[in-house]
Design a protein around this ligand. Structure first.
Ligand code: DC
Length: 228
């Protein structure tokens, strides 16, 4: 179902917790529709990477505000990769380490960071034809999105997926560590005061626990086809 000149170029949001399958399905969906794909987690990770590299305490609000004032963040979307440049350096390969992952969920709870990233994300929605993935896409960044999904999966499934990814990336975490980290991140993402991880009231809820990527994408395309 490639988008053609006759079809509308929609803004499609996918929110959900870590390991629910957002990135894989968002990429596959964007490819099927001929849309661009934006991974907004990469932007929070880029801020975390900069804080970590600069030796800034990410819970120090004043230091973080100062860091953002001097941070140049440039995002380019190539095929299905969100390429992230911080102060002209391509940091994309460094964003998925366990340390950056941990710091990212702390910086994501800071209102200053979220405000700073808001216009950077919203710019990508202006012309439509995009699948965006994150935690507050349907609730805050694109409240008027054409189609919103909230993707869930049970904790065992999410742990197994992240464990496999971690092994493939050469990291040494064990399953229990990953399970604990996911639970801690979920708790932080869901309980923060600003833009907590909750489904938009008009989101289509999908549980990916026992479904393949193809099945999830097919379900999404059913909801989308009515809007094209
Ligand atoms: O999706 P991810 O694991 O790459 O996200 C990294 C962190 O950023 C995670 O703790 C959730 C947070 N995040 C967020 O708060 N809002 C978003 N739109 C995207 C990610």
């Amino acid at each position: 179902m490639k988008a053609s000149a006759q079809t509308r170029r929609l803004v499609i949001t996918i929110d959900g917790p870590a390991g629910a399958g957002k990135s894989t399905t968002a990429r596959a969906l964007a490819t099927q529709l001929g849309y661009i794909y934006l991974d907004t987690g990469a932007l929070y990770r880029a801020v975390a990477w900069k804080a970590n590299t600069a030796g800034v305490d990410c819970s120090d609000t004043i230091a973080m505000k100062n860091l953002l004032q001097h941070m140049d963040l440039h995002v380019t979307l190539e095929d299905t990769t969100t390429r992230t440049l911080v102060d002209s350096q391509d940091v994309t390969p460094y964003l998925r380490t366990p340390e950056v992952t941990r710091i990212a969920s702390t910086v994501a709870a800071m209102p200053e960071v979220r405000e700073w990233l808001l216009p950077i994300q919203q710019r990508f929605g202006q012309t439509g034809g995009i699948v965006v993935e994150g935690r507050d896409m349907g609730t805050r960044v694109f409240p008027n999105a054409d189609v919103k999904f909230f993707l869930q999966a049970d904790l065992n499934t999410r742990t197994a997926r992240r464990y496999q990814e971690s092994r493939q990336a050469g990291h040494e975490d064990n399953q229990q560590q990953i399970r604990d980290q996911i639970q801690a991140r979920d708790a932080r993402d869901q309980s923060r005061n600003i833009a907590p991880l909750i489904p938009a009231t008009d989101a289509v809820m999908i549980d990916s626990s026992s479904r393949s990527v193809e099945e999830v994408v097919a379900t999404m395309l059913e909801s989308i086809s009515a809007r094209l």
